[in-house]
Design a protein around this ligand. Structure first.
Ligand code: FA5
Length: 371
């Protein structure tokens, strides 16, 4: 009998170790541990044996069944493990490989400079005032002391927007009559003002700010896009940012203008920066000036950036013209004020040595990624 059990044991283990896929294990289990297996039949036939042999035969059959069950479990575990290793190998997943960095966005150099300028003015107690891009002829010109046919209008070549798009073309002729529910799909900017234009400078915002706050004293900066119908050159675009500044109150003098703008220049370009003011002309300020900063590249000794002058022009400024104060709602006998306007792109060009303003809106990533 012992011989029979040994043969079964050897045959079963040999068959088990020959299996290399999990599917083979189920067939093996049915053959060697199932109802009709040799071990099961031996256990079932114990009653036929002489009484003296039964205990030993029972023990041996049970021990063999246990041994085969354990061998089956161990082989199944080994197959699972080697299968995982193989699939890892096949996938060639190298978890130590560094990941591909996601491309990060950044603020445009014009926006960075605009924000830096506004942050400095905010530190100096100036409030940001948002003013519209589409302006009336009155605010852009007349109320700033530039009547029709005034020669100074030539300074600002203008995009007039008398017809942006007609209601008819935008809606009716496209089969969207008034009160049709589909109109809700397109939230519309209506430009009812006839004679509207794209602002040529941020100065019309002075009128809006003054009319909102008069007769309270104000200190505001007005950042935003301006548009001019002019030749595009390395220094001039048809669309560019400006930051306007306006301070109105009692007893504001030209020395306040000079001190405040010089303080700004030092915060922007460095504590040692020197400034100078040259007489200029703007219809909405009297007296008017332009401010230069000492060239921060050559320290005033002359270089290509400052064209050997040692100085760089960064803004126009002046004392608010009495007529403009009046148009804003302030009594010029009681109030005075100063105003200025600067171009962030031109300042960025000076600061970073950018030779051509057209790079700003050319969307060339090689340019934009430098900042
Ligand atoms: C004006 O626009 C005045 N409104 C500024 C002002 C405000 C004076 C308040 C007095 C009181 P000007 O046209 O010079 O001035 O423009 C001001 C700045 O805008 C310039 O110094 C320049 O930096 C920028 N700028 C003007 N035209 C362009 C252009 N085509 N492209 C890029 N920047 C421009």
């Amino acid at each position: 009998m012992e011989q029979d059990f040994s043969k079964v044991e050897q045959a079963a283990l040999a068959a088990l170790h020959a299996i290399d896929a999990e599917a083979g294990l189920r067939a093996w289990q049915a053959a060697w541990l199932g109802k009709r297996s040799a071990v099961a039949l031996a256990l079932a036939g114990l009653g036929q044996l002489p009484a003296a042999e039964r205990p030993l035969a029972g023990q041996r059959a049970n021990a063999l069944r246990l041994q085969l069950e354990q061998a089956h479990a161990a082989h199944a575990a080994a197959l699972r493990e080697s299968g995982l290793a193989a699939s890892l190998q096949a996938g060639a997943l190298d978890v130590t490989l560094p990941g591909r960095p996601a491309a990060r966005g950044r603020l445009h150099i014009a926006t960075q400079t605009l924000r830096q300028i506004c942050a400095i003015w905010a530190q100096m107690g100036f409030q940001i005032y948002r003013s519209r891009d589409v302006e009336t002829e009155a605010c852009n010109f007349e109320l700033l002391n530039i009547p029709p046919h005034h020669p100074a209008r030539d300074m600002w070549d203008t995009f007039h927007t008398t017809i942006v798009e007609t209601e008819a073309c935008n809606f009716e002729l496209l089969n969207i009559p008034p009160h049709h529910p589909a109109r809700d799909m397109w939230d519309t900017f209506h430009t009812t003002t006839s004679g509207s234009l794209l602002r040529t400078h941020t100065s019309p915002g002075q009128i809006h700010a003054m009319r909102e706050y008069a007769p309270e004293p104000i200190r505001v900066v007005l950042p935003g896009m301006c548009y001019r119908y002019e030749q595009i050159t390395p220094r001039s675009e048809i669309q560019f940012n400006q930051v306007e500044g306006l301070a109105v109150g009692r007893g504001i003098r030209f020395t306040d203008l000079k001190g405040t703008l010089t303080d700004f220049a030092r915060r922007m370009f460095g504590a040692q920066t020197r400034t100078r003011f040259r007489a200029s002309y703007f219809p909405f300020t009297e007296p008017s000036a332009e401010m230069d900063v000492e060239c921060f590249l050559c320290g005033g000794s002359g270089c290509v950036v400052c064209k050997q002058a040692g100085w760089l022009e960064i803004l126009g400024c002046g004392m608010v013209h009495p007529k403009v104060l009046q148009n804003g709602g302030y009594d010029p006998a009681e109030y005075t004020g100063f105003a200025f306007g600067m171009g962030p792109e031109r300042i960025a060009m000076l600061k970073y040595g950018i030779k051509d303003i057209r790079y700003f809106w050319g969307n060339d990533l090689r340019f934009l990624q430098q900042f």
